[in-house]
Design a protein around this ligand. Structure first.
Ligand code: SAH
Ligand code: DHB
Ligand code: MG
Length: 225
């Protein structure tokens, strides 16, 4: 398959609709300089997250998996003045790099970066009994994606949008005999989405400058009486 066309069209779209400023290009550079993996969302995916935030009038957003803060910056930039992104990152070094990038973006007031395992921090956030999140972006390690989704539901209200990155893995999700724990993690999530009556969900395949993948999008259903 000639995938060059997907990158070229992705660049065409991002040049038009998701141009990066210096804060964003410096954030990507910091990943290389600090030895972090190049797993950030693409510019168009960052813009997509912003469009979704505006659709759901998001004032409070939760992110699992901060890396260098690239997606966090896209998210925080689509918040209203008093809005907040809570973002969870397990790796102390990733967290340090992300905090610098967030500060450099002038977004430290809007971003609450919590360093620790998502499975430890999520119950703490639930215990805080704060308002539910308007949108939740799941992009941390893939094996516990279904557990993350369950926690996300506990932190949601009807209408909350839950978006999960990397749920197609270059089509490896088709292999029901896979031993790849990341693929197994997203297969479990996708199956769970098909069975869960609390949400209405779909998956968008994503092609472009990143590897072929997909994002699951689920909205928490309003309760019918
Ligand atoms: N959302 C980022 C990319 C995240 S890459 C962006 O688009 O810019 C995935 C991140 O999840 C990595 O930084 C990794 O360290 C982190 N991660 C892995 N396991 C985790 C866990 N158990 N809890 C929280 N974060 C985790
Ligand atoms: C991987 C993780 C990501 O969040 C991503 O967007 C791409 C790849 C990975 O762990 O392989
Ligand atoms: Mg990802």
């Amino acid at each position: 398959m000639d995938t060059e066309i997907f990158s070229q069209v992705d660049n065409y779209i991002s040049n038009l609709l998701a141009p990066e400023d210096k804060v964003l290009t410096d954030t990507i550079k910091s990943l290389g300089a600090e030895g972090l993996p190049q797993h950030s969302v693409s510019p168009n995916q960052g813009k997509f997250l912003q469009v979704m935030m505006i659709v759901c009038n998001a004032k409070k957003v939760l992110e699992l998996g901060t890396l260098g803060g690239y997606s966090t910056i896209w998210l925080a930039r689509a918040l209203p003045n008093n809005g907040k992104v809570v973002t969870i990152e397990v790796d102390k070094h990733h967290g340090d790099v992300a905090q610098k990038n967030i500060n450099n973006a002038g977004l430290s007031q809007k971003v609450d970066l919590r360093v620790g395992k998502a499975l430890d921090i999520l119950p703490q956030i639930i215990a805080e009994k704060d308002e539910p999140f308007d949108m939740i972006f799941i992009d941390a390690d893939k094996p516990p994606y279904a557990e993350y989704f369950d926690y996300a539901l506990q932190l949601s209200r009807p209408g909350t949008l839950i978006i999960c990155d990397n749920v197609i893995r270059e089509g490896k999700v088709l292999d029901s005999n896979t031993i790849d724990e990341k693929v197994k993690g997203v297969q479990r999530l996708n199956k769970m989405l098909s069975l869960n009556t609390k949400v209405t969900a779909t998956i968008l395949q994503t092609v472009g400058v990143k590897e072929y993948d997909g994002m699951a999008i689920a909205v928490v259903n309003r309760v019918h009486v």
